[in-house]
Design a protein around this ligand. Structure first.
Ligand code: NAP
Length: 475
């Protein structure tokens, strides 16, 4: 079994402290990865700090060229990296390839944005003064990422941070370090100066504390659970450390009677089942207008039953395994809880086999509003459905959550579209669109789903300081 290194100050370094990497389709380890202690992470931060002055001095165009080269290398190696991603994460191979394509697009987008970190001149109000607003990089950025999109969520941080002239230390999730190592390999092949990008792995809590307490680390950008986000918020108080937080969601889907019916069924299906339901913007709760409720249940259940479940490396698989035992236990507990509260199980509901972490695609109707699966992220191909009568009732139920990451609606009524856009409490709203994220538009959460935005032009703003320079001139 191969043992993989970390990437520290321009070198691939193996350590004696190794962790297994588990294939969720088998429940067995298939690789090992090196880990380091907090003190070595502190060294990585120091090395990133040492690399900062010369990296920031490069022009945005020059940094953008490095990002393009990373993108080209990722493209060249996409089949191999996609296979590794499927083995450590479980997602079907076609979806790993899509994740790589999106990562390449993000790298290209931020390669272009590197040239556009504009400041501005502000008209003066006092004779002899002039005012400039300039944008400068922050310094060393720490990035902490989750397992569900192990490549693209890291790229959303690494690409804009580097484009803006920062250096970065990335800590991926314990379950999926090898996709992040793929970035390190592409960075190395692209010839980035040593220390500009580093990959660390080890016990999450002490590494998080190092990032919080080390004054050389100027910002933490985190994607993961709201629970860990709150730990970082508390820890950031001491050093007033800036945070960007992409946290958990609980996305509602509203299907109105005036929607294009087939399009709505397909849109809800993809929003629910993409990434095996383990997406922060996954359709968690589905509300369907009463007049089309039975018809929708029937059509949607038929589509869910037809999905092929299996090892993501096998051709034609739609649904791979959940990430781990804990993910499976949570999904089954949510199903049991909903049924106990009166939900009707229309399909699925059980674990598949003993090996790996597979659950049947599941549809439940008449799910109680206070069922766990309506209140928390289920992170599984489990679809709880409820009927609504009026638009007001649908909006009330959609917004009845502490999360505000994404929401979906299917309707062909233009007036309704505008009412929904303005009233749904979510950072991303898909109208007749089950896959709304894109490189060129901002992504992030309202309420307890986080602080700040990634992607779009906002994505690079998150890694720039804004300074006002007031010039006293004799003119
Ligand atoms: P998680 O448990 O919060 O883990 C995310 C990352 O934080 C991992 O790298 C983890 O390391 C690390 N971590 C854990 N405890 C930490 C601590 N005390 N200090 C610092 N870092 C710590 O989340 P997850 O279960 O991997 O991911 C699923 C969650 O992420 C869901 O809630 C999902 O909605 C959310 N998510 C949000 C977005 C978004 O854009 N808003 C996107 C994707 C996912 P270890 O792996 O080593 O524990």
């Amino acid at each position: 079994m191969k043992t993989y290194p970390l990437y520290l100050n321009g070198e691939f370094i193996a350590t004696d402290n190794i962790w297994p990497v588990i294939n969720p389709a088998t429940g067995e380890p298939f690789a090992r990865v090196s880990t380091i202690e907090r003190a070595r992470v502190a060294q990585a931060v120091s090395d990133a700090h040492a690399a900062f002055p010369s990296w920031r001095k490069l022009t945005g165009k020059a940094r953008g060229l490095f990002l393009r080269t990373i993108a080209d290398e990722l493209e060249r190696r996409r089949d191999e990296i996609a296979r590794t991603m499927t083995m450590e994460n479980g997602k079907p191979l076609a979806q790993s390839l899509t994740e790589i394509a999106m990562s390449i697009d993000h790298l290209q987008w931020f390669a272009e944005e590197a040239r556009r970190t504009y400041g501005r001149q502000v008209p003066h109000q006092v004779d002899g003064k002039r005012h400039l607003v300039i944008r400068t990089p922050m310094g060393v950025i720490a990035a902490i990422t989750p397992w569900n999109f192990p490549l693209v969520l890291a790229v959303r941080k690494v690409a804009p941070a580097l484009a803006a002239g920062n250096t970065i230390v990335l800590k991926p999730a314990e379950q999926t370090p090898l996709s992040a190592l793929g970035i390190a390999e592409c960075v190395s092949a692209a010839g980035l100066p040593k220390g500009v990008f580093q990959l660390v792995l080890g016990d999450a809590a002490p590494i998080g504390q190092e990032f919080l307490q080390n004054p050389l680390c100027r910002k933490i950008t985190f994607t993961g659970s709201t629970e860990v986000g709150k730990i970082l918020i508390a820890g950031a108080a001491q050093g007033v450390k800036p945070l960007s937080l992409e946290l958990g969601g609980n996305a509602p889907v509203l299907v109105f009677e005036d929607a294009d019916f087939e399009r709505a069924v397909e849109g809800v299906l993809i929003a629910k089942t993409r990434n095996i339901g383990q997406s922060c913007i996954a359709a968690n709760r589905i509300y369907v207008q009463r007049s089309i409720y039975e018809k929708f249940l029937d059509a949607f259940t038929r589509r869910m039953k037809a999905l092929k479940v299996g090892n993501g490396l096998e051709p034609g698989v739609d649904i791979g395994p959940l990430i781990d035992e804990a993910g499976l236990t949570k999904a089954l507990a949510h199903i049991e809880d909903a049924v106990t509260r009166g939900a009707h199980l229309l399909c699925g509901g059980k674990r598949i086999g003993e090996k790996g972490f597979f659950v049947e695609p599941t549809v439940m109707a008449e799910v109680a509003e206070d069922a766990l699966c309506m209140k928390e992220e289920t992170f599984a191909p489990v679809a709880p459905i409820r009927a609504f009568s009026t638009e007001d009732e649908a909006i009330r139920m959609a917004n009845d959550t502490a999360s505000g990451l994404s929401a979906y609606a299917f309707t062909n009524n233009l007036d309704r579209v505008f009412r929904l856009m303005e009233s749904l409490e979510a950072g991303t709203i898909g109208i007749n669109d089950g896959v709304p994220s894109t490189s060129n538009c901002p992504f992030g959460g309202l309420k307890q789903s986080g602080w700040g935005r990634e992607l779009g032009s906002e994505g690079i703003d998150a890694f720039l300081e804004t300074k006002h320079v007031s010039l006293g001139l004799q003119i």
